[in-house]
Ligand binder design. Structure first.
Ligand code: PHE
Length: 382
């Protein structure tokens, strides 16, 4: 075990377990229900994993405070995959073989979920991804689920948005070729935008983590599109928007849920102004479930406002607990069937059902960045 890769739940949930009369992480003897989690708590996309972990942890703490599930407390075993390829496989192998978890929650980023899913499938341990939207994630097998929509839906919603709200005729597409999420979302966007009669202008690539995007942006500028579609993650997106502004490009730039992080604003600052992205939910959407979650999260995490990954992390753990209760068992095969049967579930992110492909069918929201804030724009229902 590498130092720093294993966090035995957190100090807080340990405190929760101790409060319930347990000695800590390795309580053994089957007196807890072990749930695994893998997340990017450090590294390039640390805000993704930190958020999803906090939401997950809050759910586990709430469940334990209410007496646990099936008469036992839940024990969350969390592995940090450090935003690094190769680590998700190590993490789930350890959680399954060494820790003996009954199910696994994770990951946010599609490439990392795609690395772990075949291992969960092979071992017949249910995996619920909170936020991975690439369509192929759940195609890895019948033990793989998600509590978010897919990029088939998100890409089509973004294409319709470009046609009807941005009234764009020609859109340039800038894709992160290192990310399955980016490639998949670019593909579904292009299909739908072309079907709408729109024209795809320059198509350019980058590698997540690049720092200089001026070459791609200069090529896009000379092609004069009406907008740029940028299906990337927040850190790259912020740098690209800064450099587009420096090049005097005044057209809308828009993307998907990968933009969602407070860091988008702290890095990109005024270069983010007026741009748009789609995401899973908004902390001010006003449903009783969301309002309750936001209050509990703020109380637990020093007044911090939850982002979509926190909300979905919470929902992933709650859907698993709901399945345990309905199954009356934590045997992985029974859990699998119960998760698959999730219908009209009222989550913090919204009400959703899992379809035959084990994907959540649910609404999406558009956000515009205005006066340095994420501002709700509109909702698209499935
Ligand atoms: N949907 C993204 C992916 O599949 C991850 C993500 C989810 C990012 C939610 C931000 C918010 O990789």
């Amino acid at each position: 075990m590498k130092p720093g890769t294993f966090i035995c739940s957190s100090a807080a949930s340990l405190a929760g377990l101790i409060a319930l009369g347990l000695s800590g992480c390795k309580s053994g003897g089957g007196d807890t229900i072990k749930v695994g989690e893998f997340a990017s708590l450090t590294g390039k996309e640390a805000t993704f994993g930190t958020s999803s972990h906090e939401g997950t942890l809050l759910a586990i703490e709430e469940l334990n405070a209410a007496g646990g599930v099936l008469g036992k407390p839940l024990e969350l075993l969390t592995e940090d995959d450090q935003t690094k390829a190769g680590e998700p496989a190590n993490a789930v192998n350890k959680l399954i073989s060494k820790d003996g978890v009954v199910a696994i929650l994770g990951e946010v980023a599609s490439s990392r979920s795609l690395e772990a899913a075949p291992i969960c499938q092979l071992n017949k341990i249910p995996m619920i991804s909170p936020a991975s939207t690439n369509p192929t994630v759940t195609q890895e097998g019948d033990y793989i689920f998600r509590v978010c929509f897919t990029d088939t839906f998100q890409g089509a919603a973004l294409a319709n948005f470009a046609s009807t709200v941005l009234k764009a005729k020609k859109v340039a597409v800038l894709t992160d070729v290192k990310s399955d999420y980016s490639k998949g979302l670019a593909k579904s966007f292009k299909q739908k935008f072309s079907a709408n009669g729109g024209q795809i202008g320059s198509e350019l690539d980058f590698n997540g983590g690049d720092k200089d995007f001026k070459g791609q942006l200069t090529a896009i500028k000379s092609d004069a599109p009406d907008a740029i579609f940028l299906p990337g993650y927040y850190n790259d997106v912020a740098l690209i928007c800064i450099q587009a502004k420096q090049l005097g490009m005044n057209i809308p730039i828009f993307g998907g849920d990968g933009w969602e992080s407070e860091s988008l604003l702290t890095i990109g600052k005024d270069a983010m102004e007026n741009h748009y992205f789609s995401t899973h939910c908004s902390s001010d959407q006003g449903t009783p479930e969301m309002t309750k979650f936001v209050a509990a999260y703020k109380k637990r995490f020093n007044g911090k406002t939850p982002d979509a990954m926190a909300v979905l992390g919470y929902d992933s753990a709650m859907v698993l607990a709901d399945a345990m209760k309905r199954a009356g068992s934590t045997a992985p095969a029974k859990l699998r069937d119960a998760i698959a049967a999730t219908q009209d579930y009222s989550g913090a992110s919204g009400t959703f059902s899992l379809n035959a492909d084990r994907d959540a069918v649910k609404a999406l929201v558009f956000i515009q960045i205005k006066d340095g804030k994420f501002t709700y724009n509109s909702t698209v229902n499935p």
